[in-house]
Write a protein that binds this ligand. Structure first.
Ligand code: NAD
Ligand code: GLY
Length: 354
């Protein structure tokens, strides 16, 4: 088992990564403050894993909120469903929420934990590749608004993250590939050696070799933990983790949440960011082609939706959380393994690539 630590002083927490983690070791209880636990999951993941989880919680009083599946359910309406459940069942400040599911469940549960009675404990048990390599770590919690992705939320850290690689066995291939977009992101934004490691291990990754998956997930979590430890609330370097996301969030909101998977939108977003870099003479075309090739190896899209051009993108990008004083800011890859935050992208260049 790998155990990483996200170092945030009194709010530090461990990230456990293993195959068969939930059935092997009973680590969970040491991270639960008192006797009450509420599991938040959805109607796809709960039938697969909630019984195994509950079997590890026999010393606790456990109830659950099962939400409908889908990105469109990461909503204020379902946030209220969780609040109403907690209040109806008289949960107190000592309750621990457990998020059992992908990034949608992790994000909404974390936000509910941040808000219920001004903050209660929560634990992340991510079950998709995307949530295991990215969203369960770092404390960004949120719900979507019809006018913008993740627009209502909080920075709020979990007490622990439990990554059981075995849960990927039931994940549809399209979802696995969407997670690979965030994996490739780490390579492009700051780690050429890791990018090359992915290139060299495509077949092992695709065949779900457990050792390779464990190595890959650990690498991503370590990268994220290091960045978050130095910039928890994104006043600087953490913004690099948003490579491709300025475009991706526009695609997701414009197309309707759930039509494009988040990872698919990030894949295309990273290619658009790279095209921007090429147009600004900051990136070699050969590097762009190499990025595209790796993204395509996981059957991810590299072209924006046909019905979206400059006007549709800009409408959403104006609300991007990275903007400062109304100025758009983009994460620009300047080489494989290197990226910068830039606010000097001209409208003409944007128009050209969109
Ligand atoms: P998701 O949570 O919708 O899960 C994808 C699909 O897989 C869903 O249908 C889900 O029910 C299903 N599923 C989950 N685990 C499964 C399993 N083990 N077996 C079978 N099916 C399973 O999507 P996601 O890709 O995990 O997460 C995307 C969300 O994460 C987006 O809302 C995005 O904004 C957010 N996100 C947040 C952060 C962050 O830092 N907080 C980072 C990246 C993405
Ligand atoms: N996924 C971007 C971040 O956590 O900052």
């Amino acid at each position: 088992m790998a155990i990483l630590n996200l170092d945030l002083g009194t709010r530090s927490y461990p990230i456990y990564i293993d195959s068969g983690l939930l059935s092997k070791v009973d680590l969970l209880s040491s991270h639960i403050r008192a006797k009450r636990v509420c599991i938040v999951s959805n109607d796809i993941v709960a039938p697969l894993y909630i019984d195994a989880l509950k079997a590890k919680l026999t010393d606790f009083s456990v109830d659950e909120v099962i939400l409908p599946d889908g990105e469109a359910e990461k909503s204020l309406a379902n946030f209220e469903v969780i609040m109403s459940h907690l209040l109806t069942n008289e949960h107190g400040r000592d309750t621990t929420l457990i998020a059992l599911g992908g990034g949608v469940i992790g994000d909404i549960t974390g936000f509910a934990a941040a808000c219920y009675q001004r903050g209660i404990d929560f634990i992340q048990i991510p079950t998709t590749l995307l949530s295991q390599v990215d969203s369960s770590v770092g404390g960004k919690t949120a719900v979507n608004h019809p006018l913008g992705k993740n627009m209502i939320g909080a920075f709020y850290q979990p007490k622990a993250v439990f990554i059981d690689i075995d849960s990927l066995a039931t994940l549809p291939v399209r979802e696995f590939n969407a997670g690979m977009a965030e994996v490739i992101k780490y390579g492009i934004l700051g780690d050429k050696v890791f990018f090359e490691w992915i290139e060299d291990n495509i077949s092992g990754i695709k065949s779900a070799d457990k050792q390779i998956l464990a190595q890959m997930i650990e690498k991503c979590c370590q990268c994220k933990a290091d960045i978050v430890a130095s910039d928890e609330t994104e006043t600087g370097i953490r913004a690099l983790l948003n490579l491709g996301h300025t475009f991706a969030h526009a695609i997701e909101a414009e197309q309707g949440y759930g039509k494009w998977l988040h990872g698919e939108a990030v894949a295309t977003g990273m290619v658009l960011a790279a095209k921007l870099a090429v147009a600004m003479n900051l990136l070699e075309v050969s590097e762009l082609r190499r990025m595209e090739k790796l993204i395509l190896a996981f059957d991810l899209p590299v072209i924006a939706p046909q019905d979206m051009g400059f006007t549709e993108f800009i409408r959403h990008m104006r609300r991007d959380k990275k903007n400062i004083a109304g100025k758009l800011r983009f994460i620009i890859p300047t080489a494989i393994g290197q990226s910068e935050i830039r606010d000097d992208v001209s409208q003409d260049t944007l128009q050209e690539i969109l």
